[in-house]
Design a protein around this ligand. Structure first.
Ligand code: ZN
Length: 506
């Protein structure tokens, strides 16, 4: 009988070493997006490319195939949700996928994506889509090569989506987002017709950046972010990355004359960071100690940003602190005015600053456009026009320039095609999880008003973070909530929160 134990150990050791190297790659990638002087970009792109090549070699090492085929007959393989079964199942899936991508393609992708991000930063600053178009054309053409190399059943987009939301299908995502859109559009109209809106001038007062940073950190720490195992820095396009079990970096960008931008950015990235910090340390880097999908990752950020951070109870607790940090801006403001201010729902141009209701329409636009780029029905040069048409038809607005139009997001420049829908999946999951947490824990609002956020974090740790990849995303949500994947809880929660503000129906 084969020595399964010894083989399993070799497999795990190989991946644990790879994880340490991945952490190095994450670290220089983080540095590139936060600290790197602009002239250092090209050399850094080469460094990242070399590391991507080494990682790909390690991930496609033929010994992995041998170890996995031996372990396929082990008793563990028959228990797909146990830790060992999960390691075998998930590594097999990843290995099969990686080995379909030729080394040349992996290195080209990596370099194109780093240079693409750098080109995007310049093009956006200069409002110059023309300079960015050839870079994006190359990225789209490489993405098409990826879909052919990986293969797909129905739609080439499936192959890309799978990188971010494993096992999700384009057709299913399309159906869920369509149902969501059907419920959101009337809600946006009801709010517009309510004739009510917050006093917007309050959010546009002067909020000194140092105070924003201190207040953001206080809130992040209060909801459980461990600053001895993480940092907060400044970037162009906020993100979170984990580079070790005790090293998670979150980022934001500040606008001195608009409070919500950085604060909710920090709440959002903290939500991601809490998931990273909540992963199991005993198997960090192996599938039971890894995040399960970007949709679930996003559910964690949305839950803290929106379900918690925009609630009345959250501000009942935090508003006095806000008044201390921003005495000039908030001296004459009430908590009700402030909470209405952070729930300002109306069509706008910038996705990352959109309210949580219209946000999903921004996603649906991108989801449709990137599918069209991949299936060839849209050419890169026609993207600005197509972008504005969709904004006009779905949100009734269009951007005066490309910087705030199709150049606003880093994703396509960074090669992240297939990523956008995971944001809306995250919104949907977050509402389902938040419902269930409330059922299990009792009145969350009363806890928040007392400044108690850790019971909710503990609940998420137990039910989501520590579950790693032992179940796939939809199974996990179904196991935890006892309900099928459903967008209705999101609509219900939005209506419940917004009804008292806008006088619409719950
Ligand atoms: Zn996010």
């Amino acid at each position: 009988m084969p020595d399964y134990q010894a083989t399993y150990k070799k497999l795990c050791e190989h991946y644990l070493k790879t994880t340490k190297l991945t952490g190095v790659s994450e670290l220089i990638g983080w540095d590139e997006r936060t600290m790197l002087p602009s002239k250092g970009g090209e050399y850094r792109a080469e460094q990242i490319t070399i590391l991507a090549g080494i990682l790909h070699e390690r991930n496609t090492d033929a010994r992995i195939g041998d170890w996995l085929s031996e372990l396929a007959d082990s008793p563990w393989a028959a228990e797909p949700h146990s830790d060992q079964g999960t390691v075998i199942r998930q590594l097999k899936r990843e290995y099969e996928k990686e080995t379909k991508l030729p080394q040349r393609l992996v290195e080209e992708l990596s370099k194109a994506h780093v240079l693409g991000q750098q080109a995007w930063v310049k093009a956006r600053a200069a409002n110059d889509f023309k300079s960015f178009a050839p870079v994006l054309e190359q990225i789209v053409s490489l993405a098409k090569e990826v879909t052919e190399a990986i293969g797909y059943e129905d739609s080439p987009y499936d192959a890309l989506l799978d990188f971010y939301e494993p096992e999700a299908k384009t057709s299913e995502v399309t159906a869920v987002l369509a149902a969501l859109k059907d419920d959101l559009v009337p809600l946006v109209a009801e709010i517009a017709d309510s004739g009510k809106s917050p006093d917007r001038e309050i959010m546009q007062r002067k909020y000194p950046i140092a105070a924003q940073e201190a207040f953001g950190k206080e809130a992040a720490a209060a909801i459980g972010f461990d600053f001895e195992a993480g940092r907060l820095d400044v970037t162009h396009h906020p993100f979170c990355c984990g580079m070790g079990p005790y090293d998670c970096r979150i980022t934001t960008r500040y606008d001195e004359n608009f409070f919500p931008s950085a604060f909710f950015g920090i709440m959002h990235e903290t939500g991601h960071g809490l998931y990273e910090q909540g992963l199991r340390k005993d198997c960090y880097g192996l599938p039971p100690g890894k995040y399960v999908s970007l949709g679930i990752h996003e559910s964690q950020s949305r839950l803290w940003e929106n379900c918690v951070g925009r609630s009345k109870a959250f501000w009942d607790h935090f508003f006095p602190a806000a008044q201390n940090y921003f005495p000039e801006a908030l001296a004459d403001v009430t908590v009700d005015q402030f909470q209405f201010g952070v729930n300002d729902v109306r069509p706008s141009l910038i996705r990352v600053e959109a309210d949580e209701v219209t946000y999903n329409l921004h996603i649906i636009i991108r989801f449709e456009l990137e599918q069209a780029l991949i299936d060839g029905s849209l050419q890169v040069k026609d993207l600005p026009g197509a972008w504005n048409e969709k904004y006009q038809s779905m949100l009734g607005i269009s951007s005066p320039d490309d910087a705030d139009g199709c150049l606003q997001d880093v994703h396509w420049g960074a090669g992240l095609i297939g990523y956008f829908p995971t944001y809306s999946l995250g919104n949907i999951y977050s509402a389902q999880l938040y419902d269930k947490a409330g059922e299990d824990l009792g009145n969350l609002d009363e806890m928040f008003a007392r400044g108690e956020f850790l019971p909710l974090l503990d609940w998420l740790r137990t039910n989501i973070h520590e579950s790693g990849q032992n179940y796939r995303a939809t199974e996990l949500v179904e196991n935890v909530t006892g309900k099928k994947f459903d967008h209705k809880p999101l609509i219900r929660q939005l209506r419940a929160k917004l009804a008292p503000l806008y006088g619409i129906q719950e």
